[in-house]
Design a protein around this ligand. Structure first.
Ligand code: HEM
Length: 209
């Protein structure tokens, strides 16, 4: 049974953490940030704010979100599952009622599947190039995350708005600290701090907001 509190808990920390990781990655990769801004300027322009309906049209932004979810899946070991029957997986006997923990974090960084797995490279998702590679940031099967579509829309919308409206810089030019915390969710140990300035080309839109 899923309560409203569970829904809010599952839906807020995950999406805000993912947005923080995505912005941190963009700040450490200014060329990617520039490319994302150029895509938004080309497709949306600077006379209106990006809308939720635009998000699916922003192909490069979607690649940035996918690459962030690959490197920093909000729930790195998904949620614990219980096997419902005796089974054999890859030669291992798994009795019924065994608690199963799936290490999505390790799967997403598997060097056998992913080239230079520790590199932040949204281009690996361009034009469906990563189709067929195994990624499970939202789990899979009957208990997969029911908030996936909403989450992708929210993260895309937040990122697109931040990139469209502001120019971003690192504090004193220092690399953003990417140390990962332990626990059920993958939080940043050092919260993101950055310098942002409203973009001159967006001044009219922001003033009339
Ligand atoms: C980037 C954002 C999110 C990520 C990475 C994420 C990831 C996950 C994962 C990995 C699971 C467990 C799946 C499994 O063990 O197989 C899960 C479950 C769940 N998620 Fe999300 N989630 C996100 C956002 C959301 C949002 C926005 C909502 C709701 C508004 C939500 C609601 C839930 C609920 C209710 C469950 C439990 C489902 C069940 O036990 O049947 N999640 N999520």
């Amino acid at each position: 049974m899923i309560s409203p509190q569970n829904l809010i808990g599952a839906g807020t920390e995950t999406t805000s953490t993912m947005t923080e990781w995505a912005m941190s990655l963009l700040l450490n990769h200014p060329a990617v940030l520039e490319k994302a801004q150029a895509e938004i300027d080309a497709l949306i322009g600077t006379s209106r704010l990006v809308s939720a309906d635009d998000v699916t049209r922003l192909a490069y932004l979607q690649c940035i979100v996918s690459e962030t979810l690959r490197l920093y899946p909000a729930a790195p070991t998904l949620l614990p599952h219980l096997s419902s029957a005796d089974s054999n997986v890859g030669g291992y006997n798994v009795p019924r009622d065994t608690m199963l923990i799936v290490n999505a974090y390790a799967i997403h960084r598997d060097p056998v599947a992913w080239e230079d797995p520790l590199e932040f490279r949204p281009e690996r998702f361009v034009d469906g190039k990563a189709d067929g590679l195994f990624m499970i940031p939202f789990g899979m099967g009957r208990r997969r995350c029911p908030g996936k579509t909403l989450a992708l829309r929210m993260i895309g919308m937040a990122l697109a708005t931040l990139v469209q409206c502001f120019d971003w810089e690192r504090v004193d030019g220092m690399e953003v600290d990417m140390t990962e915390g332990g626990g059920l969710t993958i939080a940043k140990v050092v919260p993101l701090e950055a310098v942002c300035r409203p973009r001159v080309v967006m001044r009219d839109v922001l003033q009339n907001f």
